[in-house]
Ligand binder design. Structure first.
Ligand SMILES: Nc1nc2c(ncn2[C@@H]2O[C@H](COP(=O)(O)OP(=O)(O)O)[C@@H](O)[C@H]2O)c(=O)[nH]1
Ligand SMILES: [Mg+2]
Length: 460
């Protein structure tokens, strides 16, 4: 599988920094490096996994003082001969070293080409290689951990076990279809059903993790809605932990929508502050209200704010009516000034789903705000807490393939109820297997590989 050309790219961000790394991989990586690198001995004599101090030279001119690390095939990230030149991190230093590599015979690497070569050389399977991209893009500790687990092969091991049992069952089934009864071990209907049930159960358990993986990767959108002056902008500021929106006693101050991001339980939350959702008043505020309605349409969760210091108003009821079909978290704000209105008084007359979470908050001193942050995530997280023995799917491609595979297993399970459908049953099982294989990269078309790796950055 190994490529016959040698690639080079900068593996670190291009900007001033302590170090910048130029990476070379391919059959001539060491020869190319030797053309530009001077030390006491050439790298061609170096053992694998050794580091050498020297200079990068353009003819007689020394460009930089560097360290060159040598990794010989197959014991490298790509599986090919690899040299990593650590130079000083100035963009001009790094670029001139890279240019010298090109002149010495390397060609520019395509995005993700190092990882693609690692996959093609069997160093990583596709799910692991994709995890490298996810790891680099991770924006929270939880997501980093999941990406790291996937890179180390947790998902691959789980799928391998699932596939092996599917293959065994399929082989037994096909043998029973093709050969006379006494030539192969019998597969009873009960054993077949039990085998399929177990595969379905494990496939479904894995599929259920996809929503949490997606939440941790893409986050959620929340929008603050409520009558004017209930404390939406104050809560917005409190959620962010700093002042961003203007807060005044004059109703209708917020005329535009404001958008900010924060992490709640490691889930990136984009929250929008809106003008009150009321109907009358002047034209500027009217435009703000139209925008608020649009923000509401795009949001995953509506954070519906009521003012607990006064009775429920007609406006509050009108806002509630706009939230039909949305996931809602109710905040009884200004709870510090709550009078005779109990939570029940405020909540009960509103046409909200019975399980709508309801929190008492004070935007001024921050009471209840942490709970509010957590609740926003909890209403979106329909899965029970992470199950110890099932990895979390963090990649949409994997979730889609697994979903198809589970559907084929379900169809196979239905066919297993009647004796007429054994051929269909085998076909569905084979399709399920095909889907599972594609997650780890067996039988994946070149275009799909290109699409996956082109999303990586150059140098990865
Ligand atoms: N006592 C008290 N006052 C609050 C609270 N939240 C907001 N306010 C006040 O209520 C007024 C309106 O707040 P604002 O955030 O602008 O409301 P909005 O129109 O819904 O955005 C301001 O004077 C805030 O200081 C709260 O929890 N307790
Ligand atoms: Mg406001």
């Amino acid at each position: 599988m190994s490529s016959d050309d040698t690639i080079a790219a900068v593996a670190t961000p291009l900007g001033p920094g302590g170090l910048g790394v130029v990476r070379l991989s391919g059959p001539d990586a060491i020869a190319v490096a030797d053309k530009i690198f001077r030390s006491t001995r050439p790298l061609s004599e170096a053992l694998s996994h050794t580091v050498h101090h020297g200079t990068v030279r353009d003819g007689d001119t020394a460009l930089d003082d560097v360290l060159a690390s040598v990794f010989r095939s197959p014991r490298s990230y790509t599986g090919e001969d690899t040299v990593e030149i650590s130079c000083h991190g100035g963009p001009f230093v790094v670029k001139s070293v890279l240019t010298l590599c090109f002149r010495a015979g390397a060609r520019p690497a395509e995005p993700g080409e190092f990882s693609k070569r690692a996959f093609l050389n069997g160093k990583l399977d596709l799910a692991q290689a994709e995890a490298v991209g996810e790891l680099i893009a991770a924006h929270s500790e939880s997501f980093r951990r999941l990406a790291m687990e996937q890179m180390q092969g947790r998902l691959s091991v789980y799928l391998k076990d699932l596939r092996r049992r599917l293959v065994d069952l399929l082989a037994l089934l096909e043998a029973n279809l093709d050969f006379a009864e006494d030539e192969v071990p019998d597969l009873s209907k009960d054993d077949l059903r039990a085998g399929l049930d177990r595969l379905l159960q494990e496939g479904t358990a894995l599929l259920h993790t996809a929503s949490r993986g997606r939440l941790l990767r893409d986050g959620l959108r929340a929008v603050l809605v409520g009558s004017p002056n209930v404390g939406k902008s104050s809560l917005f500021n409190a959620l962010l932990g700093h002042d961003r929106a203007i807060v005044t006693e004059v109703p209708g101050t917020t005329r535009d929508t404001l958008e900010e991001r924060f992490l709640a339980d490691d889930v990136p939350v984009t929250v929008t502050d809106t003008a009150g959702l009321r109907t009358e008043t002047d034209r500027v505020e009217g435009a703000g209200i139209a925008r608020a309605k649009r923000a509401l349409e795009q949001a995953d969760v509506a954070l519906f704010v009521l003012d607990a210091s006064r009775p429920l108003s007609e406006e509050d009821r009108a806002v509630a009516a706009l939230l039909d079909g949305k996931k809602i978290v109710l905040a009884l704000n200004k709870w510090d000034r709550a009078g005779k209105e109990t939570a029940h008084h405020l909540r009960a007359p509103l046409p909200l789903p019975p399980k709508t979470p309801c929190l008492k908050t004070c935007a001024l001193d921050g009471r209840g705000v942490n709970e509010l942050r957590r609740e926003l995530v909890r209403v979106m997280d329909d899965r029970s807490p992470e199950t110890a023995d099932v990895p979390t799917l963090i990649n949409l491609r994997h979730a889609e393939l697994l979903n198809d595979a589970v559907n084929h297993l379900k169809a196979a399970r239905r066919s297993a109820e009647s004796s007429l459908h054994e051929e269909c049953l085998a076909i569905d099982m084979r399709l399920a297997l095909g889907g599972l294989n594609q997650i780890t990269g067996e039988g994946v078309h070149d275009e799909i590989l290109d699409a996956i790796f082109s999303k990586f950055c150059v140098g990865k």
